[in-house]
Ligand binder design. Structure first.
Ligand code: FES
Ligand code: FES
Length: 78
């Protein structure tokens, strides 16, 4: 597996907690979007680690085409 899978046409809205680590799925194969569930194993992909600076609502990219991972930058509209 070397190609990104478009997991969603829209971002995933997540309430993150300050200080907590999150692992954004880069490959798009995870069943726990937008986060990694290990489904990338055996591929060229690895998750992107992110630590929340504060507790807030964030928009994580679901299409996997963002230029500002792990967040949605509107690229899903292209
Ligand atoms: Fe996609 Fe881990 S399942 S990066
Ligand atoms: Fe990927 Fe918006 S969902 S850029």
């Amino acid at each position: 597996m070397t190609q990104v899978h478009r997991a969603s046409d829209l971002p995933f809205v997540v309430d993150v907690v300050a200080g907590q680590s999150y692992f954004w799925c880069r490959c798009g194969r995870s069943n726990k979007q937008p986060f990694c569930d290990g489904s990338h194993k055996g591929s060229d992909f690895s998750p992107l680690a992110f630590v929340a600076k504060k507790s807030e609502k964030l928009f994580f990219c679901g299409c996997k085409a963002t230029l500002k991972p792990p967040f949605c930058d509107g690229s899903h509209n292209r």
